[in-house]
Design a protein around this ligand. Structure first.
Ligand code: ZN
Length: 147
């Protein structure tokens, strides 16, 4: 899902968090979490290309056209999300963390709904098991890399 849509969804969800928790901090946490979770795309780019993508176009070209593209995407995994929720429960973390986890969850569900990934591709273990290979991650009609 394109960043602008994540911003729109995160703003709406942040409003709900402010209303629900009566906390501006929870709203800000929600907004930042829903947007910044995509920084793992930048980390992947940095890891493979050894430089930081300062322009969105660079990142998009890398994901769509570069044969070296590997979606490690550590934050885009249900395992990470489960650990996040378990930490909130175990450490009895407050509404700021709950808002961040809710936003990350919604972000992942939106990505899962819109992006042309195979159904299990949002599990890190699945991607790892398949060597982070493009043809194993993208749905069959997008295995050429065009999103
Ligand atoms: Zn995303």
């Amino acid at each position: 899902m394109r960043p602008v849509y994540h911003v729109i969804v995160s703003i709406g969800l942040s409003g709900l968090m402010v209303y629900w928790f009566r906390s501006w901090a929870a709203g800000v946490s929600c907004l930042l979490s829903g947007i910044l979770i995509d920084l793992d795309h930048h980390l992947d780019y940095l890891f493979i290309r050894k430089k930081f993508p300062f322009r969105y176009r660079q990142l998009l070209d890398y994901c769509e056209k570069d044969p070296r593209w590997r979606p490690y995407l550590i934050f885009h995994s249900y395992e990470f999300l489960l650990l996040f929720w378990m930490s909130i429960y175990y450490f009895r973390l407050n509404e700021i963390w709950i808002a961040a986890a809710l936003s990350a969850s919604v972000h992942l569900i939106c990505d899962q709904t819109v992006n042309p990934f195979k159904p299990l591709a949002y599990f890190f273990i699945y991607r790892f098991k398949h060597g982070f290979e493009r043809k194993e991650i993208l749905s069959d009609d997008h295995s050429d890399g065009v999103f």
